[in-house]
Design a protein around this ligand. Structure first.
Ligand SMILES: O=C(O)[C@H](O)[C@H](O)COP(=O)(O)O
Ligand SMILES: [Mg+2]
Length: 296
């Protein structure tokens, strides 16, 4: 088993950055936790831009559209541009439009937030489910709607029984109704705690439905890489994925044939991959992406 290389000092940081032209940067747990920016992140990104590196922000968080994410970057005083941002809501809309060729006459029921609705709308795909955000459960609300051709589930801070019951009803009663999940992250790192992730929300529908989703869009899966590849031709030898979760970020890099750097500010701990039988091992790792700020 190849051992991951730990980046410990300024010369390690310098030689690592010089190896690559493009960095795919995860967001939750690498750049920030919730709305708390990880120390040194702005300076690290500025240094990379100063060295002429291409930066792409690749997040499984489907709560926001690319435009909304750009607002978050600005609010947190992090330089970013909309065409650098790839979220699982965008990857889902891209997949439904270009791969599934989702029929115009059908609509999608959303268990999730505005990111999914906004990106579907940009692709001209009809959707519903938003009005159920604050709904108190009433059995009469669970009615058939043959126009629902798909259910999509992502992170949803307003998830409720009505939404889960409607999603299950459409999937069970509408023939050929497909079930997509924006991402399978079990957890979601905040500054002082770990919260349930999109994968844990989708798990309640999966359990009730008795089958797995027809597709998971985000890292480590192909729809996210396809979404990036339609905009940027990556030179795999000179590209590195930087993330905080082994089974999404590092696996995404491995699947994509690019290098991987794990940081320890989010979900993954060193003990998760330093053992001999670790299933997923990054090429490199370091305590925090913010440590590159020492080069600034
Ligand atoms: O959906 C989730 O569980 C969270 O958004 C998760 O944190 C993924 O965000 P990422 O680390 O890919 O930015
Ligand atoms: Mg992350």
């Amino acid at each position: 088993m190849t051992k991951p290389i730990k980046l410990c000092n300024i010369s390690d940081y310098q030689s690592f950055i010089d190896k690559f032209d493009t960095f795919l940067l995860d967001c939750d747990g690498v750049l920030w936790k919730g709305n708390d920016v990880i120390p040194g992140v702005q300076e690290s990104l500025s240094y990379m831009r100063k060295k002429g590196k291409k930066l792409l922000f690749v997040t499984n968080n489907s709560a926001k559209s690319r435009a909304n994410y750009l607002e978050k970057f600005k609010k947190l005083n992090i330089e970013a541009y909309e065409d650098e941002i790839f979220g699982s809501s965008y990857a889902s809309a891209y997949y439904l439009k270009n791969v599934l060729k989702f029929p115009k006459e059908k609509k999608i029921y959303i268990v999730g937030e505005s990111g999914i609705a906004d990106e579907l709308a940009l692709e001209g795909i009809r959707h519903c489910g938003f009005s159920d955000n604050m709904q108190t459960f009433k059995s009469d609300d669970i009615v058939s709607d043959p126009e629902v051709g798909a259910v999509i589930c992502g992170i949803d801070h307003y998830v409720n029984y009505t939404k889960l019951a409607k999603a299950l009803h459409y999937l069970k009663t509408n023939s050929d109704c497909i079930f997509l999940v924006t991402n399978d992250d079990a957890t979601y790192p905040f500054k002082d705690y770990i919260a349930p992730g999109a994968g844990s929300i989708a798990a309640s529908i999966i359990k009730a439905l008795g089958r797995e989703p027809d597709g998971i869009m985000g890292k480590p899966n192909k729809p996210m890489m396809d979404c990036i590849a339609q905009k940027f031709k990556l030179n795999n030898e000179r590209t590195c994925m930087i993330g905080d979760r082994l089974e999404t970020d590092v696996q995404f890099g491995i699947n994509g044939g690019i290098s991987t750097l794990a940081v320890l500010t989010g979900i993954t701990a060193e003990k998760d991959f330093i053992v001999n039988d670790a299933p997923i091992v990054p090429d490199y790792y370091m305590s925090s992406f913010g440590d590159f700020s020492k080069l600034f």
